[in-house]
Design a protein around this ligand. Sequence first.
Ligand code: ADP
Ligand code: TRP
Length: 323
Amino acid sequence: MARILTGIQSTGTPHLGNLLGAIRPAIELAHDDANDSFLFIADLHSLTQVKNGAELRHNTYAVAAAWLAFGLDTSRTVFYRQSDVPEVTELAWYLNCFFPYQRLTLAHSFKDKSARLEDVNGGLFSYPMLMAADILLYDADYVPVGKDQLQHLEMTRDVAARFNHRMGDTFVVPQEMTRTETMLIPGLDGAKMSKSKGNTLNVFDEPSALKKRINREITTDTTPLEDPKDPDSAVVWKLYQAIAGEAKGQAMAEKLRAGGYGWGHAKKDLLETIVDGYATERDEFNRRMADLGGLDAELSKGAAQAREVASSVLDRVRTKIGY
Ligand code: ADP
Ligand code: TRP
């Protein structure tokens, strides 16, 4: 059985792009009986950017509620909050001491973030070693990540190999699993949907808020109602197709090409698909967010399972180092 582990950034309520591009496929993978799966919310990593406790907690809850609302089964996956397993920070320290400073200075994500962010702290710099600790602490075999995380995975393999070489076989050297990015969900403005661009759709929003966002933010051209329209260039159609699926998407495309079906109709159909299609998930998300104690209990259960593995691996490492 292969152990699959991945971390989720906790930067707020996941949007439609996160749900279709990352959460859905990750849940499928986690539920595959051939795998043993670990999934955690990387709230220690978030501290590099967020310094407000209430916001840190809220983000974690929103992410956890979204995954659970989309059907993550915590009897089949160990689901926990990174900060509930403090062993990871100890391991991160050890790894920092086995990894050359010079290699850390080559991290793309640090260069990118230090150019963009105001708060350029030491945590941001050693971020890759905390991520390596996240992975090595659980003897993970495979780590599903997006392309932007490949260099961090490379550093994880590198530090594991350096430690093993120096101190004797200790860590499982993990492999990356790159998601084939089959789905690229456009944002309301047509660019890639992304939190940082303010062009997201939050499927957990109330229908009235969704309606406003769709009507106001999705741009369409001024083709008159009765004229034929080109679906391929329309965000409203792309979003509809991504949510409703191929067959319904084609049906809308035909209506647009035929004329007599306006952008207003398309927006109304899109809204309905989101409101109806995610009704169960929206209710479940709201139910979970109204019961933070329940979410804490769920995450604590995962943390207890995670700590069992973490403490035994950490003992192995301490012994190898000679403590
Ligand atoms: P954001 O760009 O909004 O900050 P993240 O970088 O936190 O999103 O993305 C988390 C995961 O969600 C990524 O690994 C990526 O696979 C997926 N994802 C994000 N935006 C999209 C999108 N527009 N379409 C498809 N998948 C996406
Ligand atoms: N750095 C990852 C991201 O930004 C999140 C993350 C933290 C992670 N620790 C991890 C991903 C361990 C995979 C494995 O998306």
